[in-house]
Design a protein around this ligand. Sequence first.
Ligand SMILES: Nc1ncnc2c1ncn2[C@@H]1O[C@H](COP(=O)(O)OP(=O)(O)OP(=O)(O)O)[C@@H](O)[C@H]1O
Ligand SMILES: [Mg+2]
Length: 384
Amino acid sequence: MPSNGNPLATLLGSHRVLIAVGAGGVGKTTTAAALGVAAAREGKRVLCLTIDPARRLAESLGLERMSTEAVTIDPARFREAGVPIQGSLTVMMLDTKRTFDEFVRKHASTPEKAKRLLGNKLYKYVSTTLAGTQEYMAMEKLVAVRDDPAYDLVLLDTPPTANALDFLDAPERLIDALDSPAMRWFIEAFQESGKVSLNLLAKSAAVVLKTIGKVTGGGFLDDMAAFIVELNDLFGGFKERASMVQKTLRAKDTSFLLVTSPAPMSIREVLYFSERLAEHGMPRGAYIVNRLRMPPPRAGEPPSEPEVRDAVKKHALTLDDDAPERLLRAHADAVKLAALDARHVKALDDASKNAVPIVRVPQLASDVRDLALLGEVADLLIRA
Ligand SMILES: Nc1ncnc2c1ncn2[C@@H]1O[C@H](COP(=O)(O)OP(=O)(O)OP(=O)(O)O)[C@@H](O)[C@H]1O
Ligand SMILES: [Mg+2]
């Protein structure tokens, strides 16, 4: 990428893995896709691992079916949208259950065990709802593709976690959930003889289990026990992979993009997350303040009453009596909102103490729903 002094242009040129993180709805998916376009335009072969993109964006990328296969977007689409690319953009939708399935197949000690686990009634529930699974599986996928020679750059979108920190701790959290004392006694109790053993701990547990058994039917407990024992088979795998994930996250050519809106709450969250990244020794590439409300043209010098009248006439707007006044008010509001956003971003600027560069992306007039608009965001992200 030509270095134009823009921190994101520099990151795209020098890094292999960029991870977009931030609170829900701030623009992680859009940013990841737009950066993919920016890099592909410069000739890179880009893989964008995306989560649940807005339907219209997915459609305009050519992802009509919610496929989890890697789909390389037809370059003609980009040409038609006026954003020709030299390289390529491949998009893969992250699917937690599917990634978990692949993980089980790869890491179970025997194919039979994998088959049994995948067929267990509880498996589907646990593989999609256990705390941290979605975050962990996104990381898992990242490890799986990060060294793929077919790509020069991997952009990872992250799930809208209620707490952005879930993402960082995902591997540990998942292991904690699976490897908790409660799980362990359960496994021990059942592994002994396939029945609850009669040690003291299990005795009291047995009462609980019997009660559950009454409510849910005995089959449930057998399923549960078999499931946990088989999942246990993967613990070694999880632990080893978790350390690989952590290594990938700290790699020299990995960097985090901290996406935020200008809203104070979102800025507070991203700052907190940023601190945690720093604590964990994970590289922070840039803050991206997205959907910034910009001052209208001539913000310091509002149009005069006659000018507004002229404009209203020229654009054939409805000429009711208070149209000019309403326009002036809208102008004044836009100036105020832009000043408000600028003040909030200044707080981010002050707090970051120049440790991490800040890139500002204005609010577009519409949602980012097609390739042309994605190209526009790409330009805004990497402009000099
Ligand atoms: N600069 C922008 N101008 C206008 N609309 C934008 C801009 N950036 C993003 N959007 C719109 O905001 C919405 C949310 O964006 P996006 O899906 O990228 O957020 P997200 O952080 O991935 O959300 P989630 O946490 O739910 O995954 C989308 O409709 C997108 O088109
Ligand atoms: Mg998203």
